[in-house]
Ligand binder design. Structure first.
Ligand code: HEM
Length: 235
């Protein structure tokens, strides 16, 4: 005789709870992601505008409570639920999912692979030593190691934009607000163009950038890696 109250929850119960937890954590984190990407989008307007806006945003997202509950906590919960769901779904049907849904998963995998390194590189120095990367820090990375950082930042921003907006679109659809796939694709293409212009601005194409190696962030990385920040790595 089996007691239903003692029965183990089946996979779909667990899956359902994980999906809800992941959606809530994702919605919290997307607040930060969209603000952060709006900051990147301001790079073409110049160093001062970019830095002033970032300093303003930082008062919000680096408030210890906000940073814990909107940034770091949700990333950890969202990522852990994602990995758990992946393990549960591995054994399920291998039926091909639509392209936009697979893109969502690929973007998520990309973010999972690179996000913790990104946080360590850009938040670590300000958290431990009070050195903020700001415009100069991004400009330095792109100048110092362009073959890595241009594709890396482009894909990071695209993955972040697509994963956040497509996730919010799915949440909105559950509440009856349907946003078409076409609108999602158009917004992603537009974001891609804008991100490319922003990265070229950090690189000095549309914005005047002073010596990219002459700032505290570059000097700190040079000290940490034991390398000369004034000697960029070229192929
Ligand atoms: C072109 C793309 C990107 C660039 C150039 C970039 C650059 C930066 C910089 C300079 C900071 C430090 C901010 C500060 O000191 O206030 C930062 C922080 C951070 N970035 Fe990015 N980022 C990019 C994309 C992304 C994306 C797509 C995500 C997430 C999906 C992300 C997640 C974070 C997180 C979590 C932090 C730490 C926030 C904190 O707790 O202060 N970044 N990024």
């Amino acid at each position: 005789m089996t007691d239903a109250t003692l029965a183990e929850p089946n996979v779909t119960d667990i899956e359902d709870r994980l999906r809800k937890t992941q959606a809530i954590a994702g919605a919290f984190f997307s607040v930060f992601v969209l603000l952060h990407l709006s900051n990147i989008a301001l790079a073409p307007l110049g160093v001062e505008t970019f830095n002033n806006y970032q300093r303003l945003l930082r008062q919000f997202y680096q408030n210890p409570i906000i940073e814990l509950f909107i940034v770091i906590g949700p990333i950890l919960v969202h990522a852990a639920a994602g990995v758990w769901l992946f393990i549960l779904r591995r054994k399920q049907s291998t039926r091909q999912r639509p392209l936009l849904s697979r893109l969502h998963s690929w973007a998520g995998c990309f973010l999972l692979t690179f996000i913790f390194g990104h946080i360590a590189a850009v938040r670590g120095p300000s958290f431990i030593m009070g050195v903020f990367p700001e415009f100069d820090g991004v400009a330095f990375s792109l100048w110092y190691l362009p073959y890595y950082f241009y594709p890396y930042y482009f894909l990071l921003a695209m993955a972040g934009f697509y994963h956040a907006t497509n996730g919010l679109r799915a949440l909105a659809a559950r509440s009856g607000y349907v946003i078409s796939q076409k609108a999602q694709i158009n917004a992603t293409v537009l974001a891609g163009l804008w991100i490319a212009v922003s990265l070229l601005s950090f690189g000095g194409l549309f914005v005047e950038v002073q010596n990219p190696a002459d700032n505290d962030f570059a000097r700190l990385l040079g000290d940490i890696w034991g390398a000369d920040p004034a000697k960029p790595i070229r192929l």
